[in-house]
Design a protein around this ligand. Structure first.
Ligand SMILES: NC(=O)c1ccc[n+]([C@@H]2O[C@H](COP(=O)([O-])OP(=O)(O)OC[C@H]3O[C@@H](n4cnc5c(N)ncnc54)[C@H](O)[C@@H]3O)[C@@H](O)[C@H]2O)c1
Length: 318
């Protein structure tokens, strides 16, 4: 088959740069968004590549009709909308684009540090309600405070680096840090226990795994300083939401910020009813820049795979 016969379906909204990169390289790209699962099933048989964000569901039923499909790509990190085992069974490569949205997620965590410290969402809501309640919005400074970064990978390191610039003391915990590794300037490696006990702010930047699921449950939450703040812009499920509600209801912790949830969309959770809990609907990657970066990354991976046979960013092993 000659290269220009490879066809890619872009099934969800994606930055135009991605289409241009694939078309310029010689792939035939159709942008056909907002299709129902049935409509997708009708056309999927014509394509060798399928690019999605989170709207389109790549189910085993869809894959059944994907007779020529070689690659499914998710512009973003999570592949919850793709049935990876079914794709593997069909010998379809699944890829994601983890590099593109790190800055966006890290900046959200940093934004939450300031928002929590100065109660910005609460004071905005109060003023919109016509109040001038200066006393209610006494905050804390972040200068000289200790930030615990749990998960010291791409995003954790970026957050730690910026926090050092904000004159915070950074503690980092990551079980995969090599013994003898030297921490970046202004940062100290710590055990999880030490980090939890010493930090004024804790920000989570690890994946959800059997080891991290519920890691911030009642025991570890109660080990945190009473006036500490907890931020999760990583993955839902790392914090036990029910336990967080219980300990905070009883006055433990000064505040928490949640971008990710055990179940998404999450609806009105008890923990969100607490006045010192801030939240966003998994918008860690939702910046214009990140969306362009993940789309470009996806397009480059598709070109490399379909036209050069190179595998990058694989989520499954064929
Ligand atoms: N909110 C969002 O929209 C958004 C956007 C991008 C990424 N994320 C999430 O942020 C997290 C971090 O992403 P990243 O790009 O930095 O990933 P990464 O793989 O570069 O870093 C993750 C780090 O976590 C560490 N880790 C693994 N198990 C651990 C454990 N038990 N305790 C502590 N650390 C552990 C790993 O060693 C690694 O260094 C991921 O969960 C990712 O899905 C969320």
């Amino acid at each position: 088959m000659s290269q220009d016969q490879f066809r890619v379906l872009v099934a969800d909204d994606m930055a135009a740069d991605a289409v241009a990169i694939m078309s310029d390289a010689g792939l035939k790209v159709d942008v056909n968004t907002g299709r129902t699962p049935e409509q997708l099933k009708e056309i999927i048989g014509q394509y060798h590549g399928l690019a999605v964000r989170s709207s389109s569901k790549v189910t085993s039923s869809l894959l059944e009709g994907a007779s020529q499909l070689k690659i499914v790509g998710r512009a973003g990190v999570g592949v919850d909308n793709i049935d990876v085992p079914a794709a593997t069974k069909k010998q379809v490569l699944v890829i994601n684009t983890p590099a593109g949205n790190g800055i966006a997620a890290g900046e959200l965590a940093l934004g939450y540090i300031f928002a929590l410290a100065r109660k910005l969402p609460q004071s905005t809501a109060s003023m919109k309600a016509g109040q001038w309640d200066k006393k209610a919005f006494m905050g804390v400074e972040i200068t000289g405070k200790t930030l615990g970064v749990v998960g010291f990978g791409n995003i954790g390191r970026m957050v730690g680096d910026r926090a050092v610039g904000l004159k915070m003391n950074v503690l980092a915990y990551d079980p995969f840090i090599q013994p003898g590794a030297v921490p970046p300037s202004g940062t100290e490696f710590a055990t999880l226990e030490e980090l939890i006990k010493r930090s004024d702010f804790i920000t989570l930047h690890m994946p959800l795994t059997p080891d991290t699921k519920g890691l911030f449950g009642r025991d570890n939450l109660l080990k945190m300083k009473k006036n500490a703040y907890l931020i999760n812009c990583a993955r839902g499920g790392i914090i036990d939401e029910a336990a967080l509600y219980e300990v905070m209801k009883d006055g433990h912790l000064a505040g928490a910020a949640l971008d990710v949830f055990e179940e998404e969309p999450c609806g009105p959770l008890p923990v969100l009813s607490l006045p010192n809990v801030l939240s966003s609907p998994h918008t860690g990657a939702s910046t214009k820049e990140a969306q362009v970066k993940v789309a470009i990354e996806l397009a480059e991976v598709f070109v490399d795979f379909l036209l050069k046979g190179k595998v990058r960013n694989a989520v499954n092993k064929l």
